[in-house]
Design a protein around this ligand. Sequence first.
Ligand code: SF4
Ligand code: SF4
Length: 357
Amino acid sequence: MSSPTATFSLKQRNAALSSPEQQQQLLNSVALSHTAHQADFGATLAAHNWAALTPTQLEIFQINLGKLCNMTCRHCHVDAGPDRKEVMDRTTIDHCLRALDQTEAHTVDLTGGAPELNPHFRYLVEQAVMRGKHVIDRCNLTVLLLPRMEDLPAWLAELGVEVVCSLPHYRQQNTDAQRGDGTFEQSMIALNRLNAVGYGKGNPDRQLTLVSNPIGTSLSANQAQLEQEWKAGLLQNHGITFDRLITINNMPISRHLEDLESSGNLQAYLELLVNAFSACTIKGLMCRNTISVSWDGRLFDCDFNQMLNLEIQQPGTQRPHIRDFQLDGLAGRQIMTGRHCFGCTAGAGSSCGGAIA
Ligand code: SF4
Ligand code: SF4
């Protein structure tokens, strides 16, 4: 069974927006002077008594294992795909582990691309579990159907890894539209396999979390309500159970940014995000308790900044790299922000852990 394909990567198409700098330029060029604080994220924070966004205690160590993916979804903020060969090497993974040992982070959050396609994925998971960390595998589900991944659900279950699976919708049409024909069917098979090894049945060592993101240009709907709806829908129609649903807004980055621009929806979407700014989300923004490492070992405040090439600003250090990791040096930094940040503060807020407020 081959993996679904919705589009091609920006890089493969040699599209202008494959450049993070072009993406930033486009975001900043949208006419938004009529919105509050001219859609300046820093000014918006200041108006709510936040002189700058600063980190709290580091709790989540997020590692992006690479841009390689078996899929090519329309809304992908990573511009991942089968043509992307950038994956984290073993040396950089060992740097990550040494850095992790300097912190009290309780969670190691593995993302990509499809993190499972990195040849060192299992080594990293084992090492993180050995250190007593809660490990999250951000899984696109269809990857579990690749022949060499057959034993992966049971292996993840044995190590107590939380599997956080993207599934835009519990109905086929909506999911396939965004992620490619056949995604839904393959996702149901993968979820059944996860259920069969004990995931999604209330066992804290076999946590199965689903991630929903809106189709089109709306904000995420109410997370708690959607969870009830999804639990009923998946159980009734497919006999599938899961533990929790989290909702994430689509970020105006990479392929989603291209989609918004080419469909003429970019200005309206940014207006929607800016107008839906909610100050009560600021405190819980994920960049405050997370650090994000790119496949080549560079450090970022979050995965979104990583895709826009907005590197961490560590006082006294240029281009901080995981091999030189110093927790103390990072504590005093200011988090890099831009217009894309309105995607995290809109409505109930949005983060890798779902709604914030
Ligand atoms: S959204 Fe996820 S599954 Fe889809 S192409 Fe991007 S990384 Fe791969
Ligand atoms: S994109 Fe979101 S998580 Fe990243 S720096 Fe901006 S507000 Fe923080």
